[in-house]
Write a protein that binds this ligand. Structure first.
Ligand code: C5P
Length: 293
């Protein structure tokens, strides 16, 4: 049996509203996921038995805590006879950045393992497995460029994509822990001003329609986790201010941060912004990417 190579793309959240707490302690979200071309590469090679994960990323935990390993263990529990596999992961998406890299790896591993061994797992079963691994995993299992996520972010409604966008991502040199960001929201933001349902719907409608000019469209980007993330990591606010000062129409943070993104009119504008940013930020921390349609 041959090896199977797949890409494992990142996402940005064009909008993320925290609307309360769920009984299990998770936060209730309404979020607009958008798949981007920044991607890891994964190669699955069948082996007689057992599981092995290899990566070119120095800090990546490769043991039982890794989401890919956990995904394989869940499949093993459900289908005890599943074949062994070696996974080689070329990591390009930074960890703990708010770009969904680990969740994407878990989801795309499940999809690839299903293909490799023709596993009898339907979409609903995969989503149930993915939901046990993390709130962002189901979005990636839908293999859709754009979707609304509700509940923990794992109740997915795929949405049409009306326009592809160019992005300039600015990565942080420090990771940010998702539970800490939500903890900060609980402490300092849970009593704050929430947008009304109408305001949320209007923003999402506009972001999805893609008809507006970039500037009007970009003004609708929104993330309730920016405040808490900036309390923990003040550099995020500084980076966002710099990106706008250097000419981006608008900037937002993705997920629980600390990665931020500017939306640009085209590739040329994105390259020009990258060049201006490189005077202040290490080139390796600035990535140009596009919607992955
Ligand atoms: O589901 P995931 O493992 O990605 O979530 C990491 C942590 O982020 C959770 O343990 C929880 O503390 C927090 N979280 C949350 N509400 C969400 C998503 C994540 O409180 N909707």
């Amino acid at each position: 049996m041959r090896s199977l190579s797949v890409v494992s793309p990142a996402k940005v959240n064009l909008a993320l509203f925290v609307t309360g707490r769920l009984p299990d302690g998770y936060h209730r979200l309404v979020t607009l996921f958008h798949r981007i071309s920044l991607a890891d590469q994964m190669t699955l090679t069948p082996q007689a038995a057992g599981f092995r994960l290899i990566s070119d990323c120095p800090g990546l935990p490769l043991g039982e805590d890794n989401l890919i390993t956990r995904a394989y263990r869940l499949v093993q529990k459900k289908i005890p006879g599943v074949g062994g596999v070696q996974v080689r992961l070329r990591k390009r998406i930074p960890m703990q950045a708010g770009l969904g890299g680990g969740s994407s790896n878990a989801a795309n591993f499940l999809l690839a393992l299903k293909r490799l061994y023709r596993l009898p797992l339907g979409r609903d079963e995969l989503i149930a497995l993915g939901g046990q691994l993390g709130a962002d995993v189901p979005f990636f299992l839908y293999e859709t460029p754009q979707a609304l996520g509700e509940g923990r972010g794992d109740e997915i409604r795929p949405l049409v994509l009306n326009r592809k966008r160019w992005f300039v991502l600015v990565l942080s040199s420090e990771p940010l822990s998702t539970p800490r960001v939500y903890g900060e929201w609980d402490k300092h933001f849970s009593q704050g001003h929430f947008l009304t349902k109408k305001e949320r719907v209007d923003r999402i409608r506009c972001l999805v329609s893609g008809r507006e000019k970039s500037l009007d469209w970009a003004a609708k980007l929104y993330n309730d986790l920016e405040g808490p993330a900036c309390r923990l990591c003040p550099g995020v606010r500084k980076t966002m201010a710099m990106v706008v000062q250097l000419g981006a129409p608008a900037v937002a943070m993705s997920g629980s941060g600390p990665a931020v993104f500017a939306v640009m009119d085209g590739e040329q504008e994105a390259r020009a912004l990258k060049k201006r940013l490189e005077k202040f930020i290490a080139p390796g921390r600035i990535k140009i990417c596009r919607t992955l349609g």
